[in-house]
Design a protein around this ligand. Structure first.
Ligand code: AHG
Ligand code: MN
Ligand code: MN
Length: 342
């Protein structure tokens, strides 16, 4: 007998899973398909980045003051267009848009999901051929029907229905969770499909890598500095130093740590007392993935997924990755805070 080696595509997989839930309408599967479709189009453009005129800046800044690259805008437009035409989503909050977008056509306005998205993560790496990504988070709306409202987006991370990311790297992958484990799909360019390549991803309990912008050392609080000293092997006798790996694309740093074990930290700094990364479309989705893979995510004191969002572009400090490493970092932060108070 010949073993069935045929690959399972993203679309087939979501339809198969849908059958496990007798009341499922298939809307979420379609929404994930729409995200996958936009990702393929963005991927194509990412691969051509050196050939067509999409490098360099547009000359403008996004609303957070960061320089906007052309590919950011392309990715933003592509995801918005795919979600708008898909009919499963009544609103989108994007890093690149100050206000959320209401999708008001006859079909979409009554759809039950809203999506928060970082269309292009790691934008400073576009021009230099280094991995970049997309991060997405899906919620069931709180309002019943008609145009979506702000409250639909300001839900705690624990309420996410699905979340994940696409990494445009040495190969392109989509990794997501619907709260029943984490699965990874690699894009096979020859057939243009995301194929299940990493079923039921579990992250190592601990690892040997830490990711932080250590150039900011002088701007970190003492607890984080002490944790860095610990990572360097200075704090505990006979402890082997960890390796420092920092790409500058959160998706890429997170993905490596998810597979190999490790911790990613973006703490508060003197100039950014609330941290840099955004709760709704960077920290919550990756925290949902981390937890579903057996990892952990916190702001130093509290689970990221339990933070109450008060605004669309809210920032938070984040420690995310292997459970025991995040817990160790939290211990250093707690000790640092205690020392400051006393
Ligand atoms: P984005 O490109 O969406 O603005 O995100 C960039 C983020 C994140 O991907 C990365 O981890 C971090 O910014 C890097 O910041 P620093 O350059 O301050 O280390
Ligand atoms: Mn980002
Ligand atoms: Mn971005």
């Amino acid at each position: 007998m010949v073993a069935d080696k045929r690959v399972i595509t993203l679309e087939e997989y979501t339809i198969q899973k849908q059958k496990d839930f007798p009341n499922a309408t298939g809307d979420l599967s379609k929404l994930l398909r729409d995200i996958g479709l936009a990702a393929k189009i963005v991927n194509k453009q990412v691969n051509k980045a050196g050939l067509v005129d999409i490098l360099g800046t547009t000359g403008g800044n996004n609303l957070h003051g960061d320089e906007v690259k052309k590919l950011d805008i392309f990715a933003n437009e592509e995801f918005i267009s795919s979600l708008t035409h898909g009919g499963q989503c009544c609103g989108i909050a994007s890093e690149e848009n100050e206000e959320f977008i209401v999708i008001n056509d006859e079909i979409s306005r009554n759809a039950k999901y809203v999506v928060s998205i970082d269309p292009l993560d790691g934008s400073s790496n576009i021009d230099v051929n280094v991995s970049i990504g997309t991060i997405f988070s899906i919620y069931r709306r709180l309002s019943f029907s008609g145009s979506c409202v702000l409250e639909d987006f300001l839900q705690k991370g624990t309420q996410q229905v699905a979340a994940g990311y696409i990494i445009y790297g040495s190969s392109t992958m989509m990794v997501y969770t619907t709260g029943y484990g984490v699965n990874g799909f690699t894009l096979d360019p020859s057939i243009g499909e995301f194929c299940l390549s990493h079923p039921d991803i579990k992250t190592p309990e601990s690892g040997k890598m830490y990711s932080i912008n250590q150039g900011n050392f002088v701007n970190f609080e003492e607890g984080i500095r002490n944790y860095i000293r610990y990572c360097e092997g200075r704090e505990e006798k006979d402890q082997e130093p960890y390796s420092l790996r920092y790409i500058g694309s959160m998706v890429a740093d997170f993905h490596r740590n998810l597979i190999n074990g490790g911790i990613f930290i973006y703490p508060k700094t003197k100039s950014r007392p609330k941290g840099k990364l955004r709760l709704l479309y960077e920290c919550n989705p990756l925290s949902f993935v981390a937890e579903q893979a057996g990892g952990k995510a916190s702001n130093g004191f509290k689970r990221i997924l339990e933070i109450e969002p008060l605004e669309l572009h809210q920032r938070t400090p984040i420690l995310i990755g292997s459970k025991s490493m995040v817990e160790k970092a939290e211990e250093f932060i707690a000790a640092g805070t205690e020392a400051e108070v006393s």
